[in-house]
Design a protein. Structure first.
Length: 142
């Protein structure tokens, strides 16, 4: 089984808490297994040599009850999420995957339609014996 297949299987096993009946209707937008190069880590070599990171984003987006989106302007665009993620990484070195995860969560929540987000950042090559190591966070609009 490849590293990506193991990561996908592990991601799929994580329970997703259901919204309560009283909560606002939502749709889930996601970016799965986005594999990018990044300058990330605390070791000297990680400051100068990029490494692969695997990013997963899930966004729970508010819906208007009884109405389906009719235009591009009415949806949270996953293509724009990917572009903004790449722009964030292009800003330069980040010490911790935790820091990157928090920045990505803030990026997701910048769109006021997003109610909640789950962000996972993995370093698939950091430990040879592991399919990946990293962090996963959830953040909600307060």
């Amino acid at each position: 089984m490849t590293i990506h297949a193991r990561a996908r299987a592990a991601w799929a096993e994580i329970p997703v808490p259901a919204f309560t009946e009283a909560s606002q209707p939502a749709r889930r937008v996601f970016v799965r297994d986005l594999l990018l190069d990044a300058l990330i880590g605390i070791y000297p070599e990680e400051r100068v040599k990029s490494q692969k990171i695997l990013i997963n984003l899930e966004l729970w987006v508010a819906e208007t009850p009884g109405e389906s989106p009719r235009s591009y302007d009415e949806v949270v665009c996953y293509e724009q999420l990917v572009k903004r993620t790449k722009m964030l990484l292009a800003e330069g070195h980040i010490d911790l995957v935790e820091t990157l995860a928090e920045r990505l969560a803030a990026l997701c929540l910048a769109d006021e339609r997003v109610l909640r987000t789950r962000v996972r950042v993995e370093k698939p090559e950091a430990i040879a014996e592991a399919a990946g190591v990293g962090v996963e966070i959830e953040r909600s609009r307060r």
